[in-house]
Write a protein that binds this ligand. Structure first.
Ligand code: MV4
Length: 447
């Protein structure tokens, strides 16, 4: 096992990774920007290295500074966390070239899944159903019109280098396609540095269901069930739950077997998530995330498996300790993402935390690097805490969630806790009756 791991991230996820390392007797190195000098993950780390000014491109995305910090501290391995460099194939390759272990999948698999056209083609070849769409990227309007006629309108234009929904456009007919294609291509080029776009049939009211995978790259590969991540606004997930209230046991089994068979054939290593749209009893692959995800704790709560610990073991060359038949998914879990934002306008609300009291009790977990007196910096993502609750049934979980949200005190800044309180009593949420558009209607559009 590694002796010392450098955590190339910040905030709650850096703390989450630190916790797994400490439990395994691994020393940690926290790298941080000047804005994060007093962060909890930095305070707890065995060693710390300041890698630059607040702007992420000069610190958390500064590859030379991170590698230098790893060399100076004698780290064996680097965990990228999520966001920042976590899905940068060149970073993964560079880390290994410099003699450190990269705690994640192979650079080749990160690169494959980073291009959504290539990922979809790979998924199709591995027997995973995909959304009907163009055969790869569409070069010009002629090719796009031919593809759209075959798919049937409405179609969705997506960027090959995109993901997470940025830059998508719906076209309801040939005229809209002609108008939007050049805009989509131009936006793709400027947002993602690659102008390639592709078309898919537009599913109008899907749910977003994803499945958690763990592979050891040595033939061992299991899934830990699905997560329903349909509750999002502006492509930011707000609440996730597992199991999905939409699936019956047969559908769950079918999805699990599908994902496991495909990724075992690919020889996938580390934690990964296969994303599907689900509508009218059918699953369609859309993307794969080759990293730890924000919502991984709900899977940990129902599986009892520490996903970060498994990532560390796998990166150190250990085979998976579990077969699929060893995995029992137990009860129900829900995560609320708490952001330092005004709960009505969603405008960021950085500043000093003047009161802090986290909820506790049976079935309650809080993943957060907040503390009394902490100054939330204005430079980064506004996620400040994740409240995760577990219960024997979905109903027990919902009751516990309302109780925990009531206990949670974060003073001095605005947070989305009041919005979560409102959501936790909404009939459609209680009934599990929602698709990917429901939350946006529920919160209204403040913009
Ligand atoms: C779609 C879709 C409908 N039809 N693809 C948005 C995020 C990106 N990962 C995929 N997304 C979508 N792809 C087809 N063919 C609707 C969405 C979508 C969505 C998906 C998941 C979660 C929230 C969403 C919100 C709006 C649109």
């Amino acid at each position: 096992m590694f002796e010392k791991v450098l955590i190339a991230n910040r905030g709650e996820i850096a703390l989450r990774i630190h916790r797994a390392c400490r439990e395994m007797g691994i020393k940690t190195v926290a790298v941080h920007s000047t804005a994060d000098a007093y962060a909890m993950n930095v305070r707890l780390a065995d060693e710390t290295v300041c890698i630059g000014p607040p702007a992420a491109r000069d610190s958390y995305l500064n590859v030379a500074a991170i590698l230098s910090a790893a060399a100076i501290t004698g780290a064996d391995a680097i965990h990228p966390g999520l966001g920042f460099l976590a899905e940068d194939a060149d970073f993964a390759a560079t880390v290994e070239e410099h003699g450190f272990a990269f705690i994640g999948p192979s650079a080749e698999h990160i690169r494959l899944m980073g291009n959504k056209v290539a990922a979809k083609e790979a998924a199709r070849k591995l027997g995973i159903p995909t959304v009907p769409g163009s055969a790869g990227a569409v070069r010009d309007l002629g090719a796009a019109e031919t593809a759209a006629r075959a798919i049937g309108y409405p179609v969705l234009i997506k960027a090959a280098a995109g993901g997470g929904g940025r830059g998508m456009k719906v076209a309801h007919n040939a005229a809209e396609l002609a108008r939007m294609l050049p805009i989509a291509q131009h936006e793709a080029a400027s947002f993602f540095g690659c102008g390639e776009v592709y078309l898919e049939r537009h599913l109008e009211r899907p749910r977003h269901i994803e499945i958690q995978i763990l592979g050891d790259g040595q033939g061992g590969l299991i899934h830990l069930g699905e997560r329903d991540c349909s509750l999002q606004r502006s492509h930011q997930k707000m609440v996730e739950e597992t199991p999905s209230p939409a699936l019956n046991p047969e559908e769950r089994e079918r999805l699990g077997t599908l994902a496991v068979t495909a990724l075992r054939e690919l020889g996938y290593k580390s934690a990964g998530t296969v994303e599907f749209l689900y509508q009218d009893g059918e699953f369609f692959f859309i993307e794969m995330n080759t990293r730890l995800q924000v919502e991984h704790p709900i899977t940990e709560m129902i599986s009892g498996i520490d996903i970060v610990r498994e990532q560390l073991r796998i990166a150190a060359g250990a085979p998976l300790n579990y077969r699929q038949s060893d995995i029992t998914l137990c009860g129900h879990a829900i995560e609320c993402r708490i952001n330092a934002e005004n709960p009505d306008t969603f405008l960021p609300s950085p500043g000093r935390v003047t009161d802090y009291h986290a909820p506790g009790g049976l079935g309650v977990r809080v993943d957060s690097a907040l503390y009394h007196g902490y100054q939330v910096p204005p430079y980064y993502d506004s996620l400040i805490a994740k409240l995760i609750v577990h219960g024997k049934s979905r109903n027990e979980c919902l009751m516990r969630l309302r109780r925990a949200l009531e206990e949670y005190v974060i003073g001095g800044i605005e947070t989305t806790i009041p919005l979560h309180q409102r959501l936790a009593t909404a009939a459609e949420f209680i009934d599990g009756d929602y698709d990917v558009h429901w939350l946006e209607r529920f919160v209204g559009n403040p913009a």
